[in-house]
Design a protein. Sequence first.
Length: 261
Amino acid sequence: MRQHWHRTLKAAGLLLALACSYLAMLPATWLDALLQNASLGTLGMTATQGSLWRGEGTLQAVQPSGEAVTLAPVNWDVALGELLSLQLHLVMRSAQDGATVLDVALKPGQIRIQSARLQLPATLLGVLSPTLRAADLSGQCLLQAKDVLLEKGRTSGTAQVAWQGAGSSLSRIRPLGSYQLLLSGQGNGLDFRLMTLAGPLSLDGSGHWVPNQKSVYQITATPTEATRRDLVPLLRMMGRETTPGSYQLTMDRNMGAVSSH
């Protein structure tokens, strides 16, 4: 009996060693697949070297058109010890200055973003709806987040997006302005507040977003008198005129592009 248990333990130890060896050899390209899955296809990694657990590569943004835009060279570490608790903890840093780009922990049914600072092209806003995609937006968005928790039935934490040099191919007015979007986790969804920092087109609004439900929001767009005529085609596509020179944006009918994931 003792010999039987000894052989069983030896076999189990061998299988565990083989499994650990296999996991240790997972290529860095696996991170690309993980990023694309977690970001709904908007982020990816190319020119990777190393392994899934420690490596380097070039972070990319994948635009709605499918074109990839280079963001920054990065390196990363994944905490092997945390896999025992079924958690994948990834820390990604800039290869240029060592600053943390993304610190995220993934568990079944849960995403915890401990910190994030990403400079992204505004074209990525097109993944939110066909209307925004058709507007062919331009400019740069700085996304910053801290202690964000996303899981079924619960959302917490804060994030903000600063959109600088906003533009659209449907308008010759460049830039349209600079804007800030503030996000706050509330219950099972996100509250958001949109405000204008500068520019000829004023955007102001607020609302609440819950996954797989119709968004509730109100956003008003008001151009200056000098730019009103030039901005009419863009504003009519994105909403309706409620008072002379003021437009209520009505993109909620297209937001199924988000809730379907």
